[in-house]
Design a protein around this ligand. Structure first.
Ligand SMILES: Cc1cc2nc3c(=O)[nH]c(=O)nc-3n(C[C@H](O)[C@H](O)[C@H](O)COP(=O)(O)OP(=O)(O)OC[C@H]3O[C@@H](n4cnc5c(N)ncnc54)[C@H](O)[C@@H]3O)c2cc1C
Length: 443
């Protein structure tokens, strides 16, 4: 099995250019690769989720032949997080459909799984990680995929039973039995997670109120026209959304009974779900003296300030060639792509990460697919009528399309992905005509 994996890796390496391939395959034959790394070194991955599952696959494909250990503090093999606020919360998807890879995959890849174990400390000089049971794991290379955690709310009463966050399977397994039809759920935060939870809860027959302190929903990521569309969609399904509401306290003695806001209004609640953003898990890196900057700071190769340590996924902030600044993304695609880049570089290739980010959100029958980052847009062009529930919102800088929100419009999403990567410019009048295919609206 292992020899096969190594051969796959070499085949992949042969793709870019023959001279490089010849040089690298010589090094592989000697168990060494470029950049001084050895493909037979022990690789330890800390954090067992999207980025880690991809890294196991990519490392073996890239030819990593040594010991491979995956440490994760959750008890499960890596599972998909997106369904947690969608079909897993609404009960339409069972746990066995969440696994990113079956357990047998890790065996086949000769990856040792240390699950339910937390990495407590990195000793960089000894190249070892200490786990919560006191054991030590030596590494040749270390990959940090520690992801992020839900940002907690510090209002009084936030610790009451019935106040929940939604980040893990364990969180949903606690919440779901409490979702009885007719129950009152208050959701704090109208970002993706809050709104997806609202859609799932209303589907289950609960009475749902969403409290949002901004003046529109999903305000951090979409244009006002999209916020208005989603606000109306939720209202149409019976969800109450209150904007400009800042939570002041969670009321109750034995359990939460209401949420009080700064303006004195009180919202009765049998259950509260708080979705107010996330924080990257950087503490392990910070304590080890690895540079951090809104996440574990990596270079374009996903390498940290310690050349033996790499990072990928939600926990990593990276300078973006495309956006000309350091960014930290919170998406499955980014976790997968950075893990591929890290694995390639860890095995001695020189691969630069330069991808157009994309993301999705499912609410009711609406599939929202977002490509690019819209920050800094100077105009918005709609393709199609939101009332049709299949349209796109294009974000432009001058005549360059920098991002698109495609609602039930897979075609625009796929074409935009390619055109945004190419930094295509558009004839804005044609762009706004939904009858003109996107690629025919180019300037
Ligand atoms: C409810 C929900 C819905 C989402 N929906 C979407 C969506 O629709 N589309 C999309 O693109 N993205 C979505 N996301 C975001 C997406 O899930 C994340 O971007 C993705 O999970 C990031 O993967 P990751 O591997 O970087 O880290 P994470 O998934 O955060 O996993 C990190 C893992 O490392 C563990 N860990 C941390 N520190 C240690 C340690 N010291 N020792 C051992 N283990 C440790 C953590 O417990 C965790 O298990 C959603 C997220 C949530 C929570």
């Amino acid at each position: 099995m292992f020899a096969q994996a190594a051969i796959h890796g070499c085949r992949d390496l042969m793709r870019p250019a023959r001279p490089l391939c010849n040089r690298l395959s010589d090094r592989y034959a000697r168990g060494k690769c470029s950049g001084g790394c050895r493909v037979d070194e022990t690789v330890v991955i800390v954090g067992a989720s999207h980025a880690a599952a991809q890294a196991v696959d990519s490392l073996r494909r890239e030819g990593a032949s040594g010991r491979l250990v995956l440490v994760g503090d959750e008890p499960q093999v890596p599972y998909q997080r997106p369904p947690l606020s969608k079909k897993y919360l609404s009960g339409e998807m069972s746990a066995d459909r969440l696994w990113i890879r079956p357990a047998t995959f890790y065996e086949q890849q000769r990856c040792e799984l240390l699950l339910g174990r937390r990495a407590e400390k990195i000793d960089r000089s000894a190249r070892a990680v200490t786990l919560d049971d006191g054991s030590r794991l030596e590494y040749g290379r270390l990959l940090l995929t520690t992801g992020s955690r839900a940002r907690s709310c510090d209002a009084p009463g936030a610790g009451l039973p019935g106040v929940h966050y939604l980040r893990t399977m364990a969180d949903v397994d606690l919440i779901r039995p409490q979702l009885a039809p007719g129950g009152r759920v208050v959701i704090v935060g109208a970002g993706y997670i809050g709104l997806e939870c609202a859609a799932s809860c209303v589907k289950l027959g609960l009475s749902v109120t969403v409290l949002e302190m901004a003046d529109r929903v999903m305000s951090r990521v979409v244009a006002p026209v999209m916020s208005d569309f989603y606000m109306a969609e939720h209202a149409g399904h019976g969800v109450t959304i209150r904007l400009g509401e800042r939570v002041a306290a969670f009321e109750g003695t034995q359990r939460v009974t209401a949420v009080t806001c700064a303006d004195g209004k009180s919202y009765p609640a049998d259950l509260v779900i708080v979705g107010i953003g996330i924080l990257p898990n950087v503490e392990l890196a910070v304590d080890a003296g690895i540079a951090c900057d809104n996440g574990i700071a990596v270079d374009a190769h996903c390498r940290t300030s310690d050349p033996r340590v790499y990072a990928a996924g939600d926990c990593a902030s990276q300078p973006s060639i495309r956006y000309g600044r350091r960014i930290r993304l919170e998406s499955v695609d980014n976790a997968f792509e950075q893990a591929k880049t890290a694995a390639a570089n860890l095995c001695g290739r020189e691969v630069v990460h330069d991808k157009v980010p994309w993301f999705w959100s499912d609410q009711y029958e609406l599939k929202l697919q977002i490509v690019g980052l819209s920050q800094g847009y100077d105009s918005v062009v709609l393709r199609g009528d939101p009332a049709s529930r299949a349209f796109s919102c294009c974000y432009l800088q001058g005549d360059e399309l920098i991002a698109i929100d495609a609602v039930n419009h897979v075609k625009d999403f796929i074409v935009a992905k390619k055109l945004i990567a190419e930094r295509a410019t558009f004839d804005l009048a044609r762009l706004g005509d939904p009858g003109v295919p996107l690629k025919e609206a180019l300037a």
